[in-house]
Design a protein around this ligand. Structure first.
Ligand code: PBG
Ligand code: ZN
Length: 323
């Protein structure tokens, strides 16, 4: 072995920074943004994860752009829901308007959009139901319409998160057929069924009204299945594959990094955000240090990009000296 295991290169922060193997870079962060149709800006009980009305979107994004945020992942909070989630693909839907507003004022910001039905269906499931189970055919057709409507509004990347088999192929075909072959797909490939989505569902009012999502989201006990899901999504046309939640699936990020050549995204989800908030507060530890430790471990596992509610704060933390 060539490497000498000594602590000589840990003596100062300058040496540690010189010798570090993986690093966080603000250009790799994606900030989730929740957009609602009207009303005032609402803060969640966790501090961040605000719901932003369309009219305030540009003024909300301005300081983020100034702080160095270059990519956002948009989620829509519609004022009306129905069984088929039709407000998700309306040309004047909340996300469609948000994309146009964001791109109009910040053309250089990459706009990624979540493509799912759960915020838009009155039952809160990620697909269209037939009885109590999801109709694949109807769901794929709705997801494709959503993706095309986002592309039409100016989205750079669409991110299907419904965990419907064949969603990437169906969306890719629909985008290409509508002339949006340059719009990329980031697939939520390894999306585990998780209790760490609760703050998100609270903010997005998207908790299922009956049952849970275990019939379509992945089982936490499975690791090989995540590789299979990602390979399948790449075959179907995904440009980026995502793993979510991040901190409970670092092994999966590493497996994918070893197997795949395409970029890998990790989503540090709302429950991870909430845990860090509560822990730093309760233990009297600097939130900045906890955030950096978590994000650095996700990066070390092999994620190329990270979706995180801490994106703006982290950019500020990275400018400080950590000695
Ligand atoms: C919608 C979606 C969810 C998240 C991202 N997209 C919720 C869910 O699957 O219930 C969770 C994100 C988070 O918790 O931060 N399908
Ligand atoms: Zn969903």
């Amino acid at each position: 072995m060539d490497a000498r295991i000594t602590s000589r290169l840990r003596k100062s922060y300058v040496l540690r920074d010189l010798a570090c193997e993986s690093d966080l870079n603000p250009s790799k962060f994606i900030m989730p943004v929740f957009v609602k149709e009207s009303g005032e800006i609402e803060r969640s009980r966790w501090g961040g994860m605000e719901k932003v009305p369309l009219k305030a979107l540009v003024s909300y994004l301005e300081p983020l752009a100034d702080a160095g945020i270059r990519s956002v992942l948009m989620f829509g909070l519609p004022c009306s829901k129905d069984p088929s989630g039709s407000s998700a693909y309306a040309a004047e839907g909340v996300v469609q308007q948000a994309i146009r507003a964001a791109k109009g004022s910040f053309p250089e910001i990459a706009v990624l959009t979540d493509v799912c039905l759960c915020q838009y269906t009155d039952h809160g499931h990620c697909g269209i139901l037939e009885g109590e189970s999801i109709s694949r055919e109807k769901t794929l057709s709705a997801l494709s319409k959503i993706a095309v409507s986002h592309a039409e509004a100016g989205a750079d990347v669409v991110a299907p998160s419904a965990m419907a088999d064949g969603q990437v192929a169906s969306i890719r075909a629909a985008l290409d057929a509508s002339g949006y072959d340059s719009v990329a797909i980031m697939s939520y490939s390894a999306k585990y069924c998780s209790s760490l989505y609760a703050p998100f569902r609270d903010v997005a009012s998207s908790a299922p009204s009956f049952g849970d999502r275990s019939a379509y989201q992945m089982d936490i006990r499975n690791r090989r299945e995540a590789i299979a899901e990602a390979l399948e999504d790449i075959r179907e046309g995904a440009d980026i594959v995502m793993v979510k939640p991040a901190i409970t699936n670092l092994d999966v990020i590493r497996d994918l990094r070893k197997r795949l050549l395409c970029p890998i995204a990790a989503y540090q989800v709302s429950g991870e955000y909430a845990m860090i908030k509560v822990y730093s507060d309760a233990a009297g530890v600097s939130e900045a240090r906890v955030v950096l430790e978590m994000l650095r471990s996700i990066r070390r596992a092999g994620a190329d990009m990270i979706i995180t509610y801490f994106a703006p704060q982290t950019i500020a933390y990275l400018r400080e000296v950590w000695d």
